[in-house]
Design a binder for this molecule. Structure first.
Ligand SMILES: [Fe+2]
Length: 163
């Protein structure tokens, strides 16, 4: 059976691919017909499906840290704060994307997508790197097999609830 961190690392890889695709779209916003279908798919992913990953971390994995890392401190607190920054940046980015997809291709809207989009991409790439290289390593060191099993089971339930 895979460990929860292995499953989350796989999701990270999938997210990094979406971020590359989003970065590519950001360079071509002036060509609406060329990119709007692609942007629509990516906007929808980061508006809905993506957040299940954060839920899996916050509601299933992170609570298992309680016996070795207090909630309000250490790398865990930093990761939770970063999730909030990403939620806020995404909300602003989504608003601009919705306007763009409703054919508002004004310079103001394009700039808002670019600015928030690049911030979101860079921030999330760094965040994923920190989780993979610091937080998940700690989880792999400290979590007992029974905890891993419990978390993987919760992941499966969350996946099932969504569909
Ligand atoms: Fe993550």
């Amino acid at each position: 059976m895979k460990k929860p961190t292995e499953l989350l690392r796989e999701e990270h890889q999938a997210v990094l691919e979406k971020l590359d695709a989003l970065e590519d779209v950001l360079t071509n916003l002036e060509q609406e017909e060329k990119i709007s279908a692609k942007l629509k798919v990516l906007a929808s992913f980061f508006e809905t499906d993506f957040w299940l990953h954060f839920d899996k971390e916050e509601k299933a994995l992170f609570p298992e840290f309680d016996n070795f890392m207090p909630r309000g401190s250490g790398p865990l607190a930093v990761m939770i704060d970063e999730h909030e920054v990403l939620r806020e940046t995404n909300a602003v980015m989504q608003e601009a994307m919705t306007r763009y997809l409703n054919h508002d291709g004004s310079a103001e809207v394009i700039q808002a997508i670019r600015q928030n989009g690049h911030h979101f991409i860079e921030f999330l790439r760094n965040h994923i790197f920190k989780e993979d290289s610091i937080l998940f390593q700690m989880a792999e060191m400290h979590l007992q097999p029974i905890q891993n099993e419990k978390v993987v089971k919760l992941f499966a339930e969350m996946d099932r609830d969504r569909t």
